[in-house]
Structure formats: structure tokens, C-alpha cells
Design a binder for this molecule. Structure first.
Ligand code: ADP
Length: 179
């Protein structure tokens, strides 16, 4: 599939073993690690990533929902890890869709700044943060499409690495709506 002329790949699997230039972490505001995909990335990438997160936190404080920061990839195959914070789902009346779209767009901006050409995303906010996956998948596709339309030639491949069947199917359906 393609999104704004850029290759869009949806895979089932583990984001920590991807060979993209950058992978995205669904972090929390503390940037100090957590469960889910955050825990998996820090475990696989080793302590260097957390050390960089601590320095960023010391310099600029915590990372608010919708924002993103970048570190090296430590022991991962990926050269970079973009740490973004998605919204906690509170029923949809708190602009969760805008915050989630910003998490995707700011992640792409951080990766573009280091000239990453390939980037892999997990399904931000749909685990512990409770965002309904079908809704989140549509927000993700629209946000990425808007970013790529405004930033031509920025990326060669956008990959989604989805952990379970239901999540994969939701992103597949959302991707079809923008083809
Ligand atoms: P959030 O707090 O943003 O909801 P979670 O890490 O709890 O983040 O969940 C986000 C998504 O990441 C969920 O679909 C979860 O199943 C998935 N996930 C967990 N571990 C991994 C992994 N190693 N690779 C890819 N996705 C993962």
C-alpha cells in the first residue's frame, strides 16, 4: 500500500526487532520507561536509551501528550528511537484525537530532523491508555497522510508493527480507507 506516494507497510510483530532507521516508542510523560511497548524497547535497547531520556528530562522536563523526543537506538537495529506520548482515552471529549494526531506528526518531525528515511510505529495509545483501536487507526492514517502531504520526499517507508490480530485488522481497514 501507499500513503501520499510513500510505501506503507503493515506487519504483525515486535517493534524492537525492526530494521527501520527509527522506531517509535509509546512512552509516558516521565520518559523513564513503563510497561507494554515502552518496557520492551528499553529492555531490548539497553540502558543507554534510558540514560539519554534522563538527560532530556533534566534539560526540558517531562514530555507532554502529543509531543515527541528522540534518542539513539542503543543496542537496537534501529539507529533512533522517537519517544512520543499519546493521550489517555477519557471517552473522546478531551481532544484525544488531536493529541494522538500530534503524537504521530511530532514523531515524524523528530525523525525527519535526523534524516531518517524509514520509520516504524506501534499502535500508540491503544494498550494501557485505552484508546479504541479502530478509532486510533483512522487518526494515525490521517495524521501520517497530512504530514507526508506537507513534507514531500521526507520518508521512503512508513511501517506499522502491530502486536495482535485485532490491532492489525483495524490498521489494515484504516489504511484501505485512505488508498
Ligand atoms: P499505550 O500506553 O500508548 O497504550 P502500550 O504499550 O500499552 O501503549 O500499548 C500500545 C500497543 O503496543 C498495544 O497494541 C500493545 O499490544 C502493543 N505492543 C506491546 N508490546 C509491543 C511490541 N514489542 N511491539 C509492538 N507492539 C507492542
Amino acid at each position: 500500500m501507499h500513503i501520499e506516494g510513500v510505501k506503507l507497510l503493515l506487519v504483525r510483530g515486535d517493534i524492537t526487532i525492526q530494521d527501520a532507521d527509527a522506531i517509535v516508542n509509546a512512552a509516558n510523560s516521565s520518559l523513564l520507561g513503563g510497561g507494554g511497548v515502552d518496557g520492551a524497547i528499553h529492555r531490548a535497547g539497553g540502558p543507554a536509551i534510558l540514560e539519554e531520556c534522563r538527560k532530556i528530562r533534566a534539560a526540558q522536563g517531562s514530555c507532554s501528550p502529543g509531543n515527541a523526543v528522540i534518542t539513539s537506538g542503543g543496542k537496537l537495529k534501529a539507529r533512533w528511537v522517537v519517544h512520543t506520548v499519546g493521550p489517555v482515552w477519557r471517552g473522546g471529549d478531551g481532544n484525544e484525537d488531536v493529541t494522538l494526531a500530534n503524537a504521530y506528526k511530532n514523531s515524524l518531525s523528530r525523525a525527519m530532523e535526523v534524516e531518517a528515511k524509514t520509520i516504524a510505529f506501534p499502535s500508540i495509545s491503544t494498550g494501557a491508555y485505552g484508546y479504541p483501536v479502530e478509532k486510533a487507526a483512522l487518526v494515525a492514517m490521517n495524521a501520517i497522510s497530512e504530514f507526508l502531504s506537507a513534507n514531500k520526499d521526507s520518508f521512503s517507508e512508513i511501517r506499522f508493527v502491530l502486536f495482535d490480530d485485532r490491532t492489525f485488522q483495524a490498521y489494515e481497514a484504516a489504511a484501505k480507507t485512505i488508498q
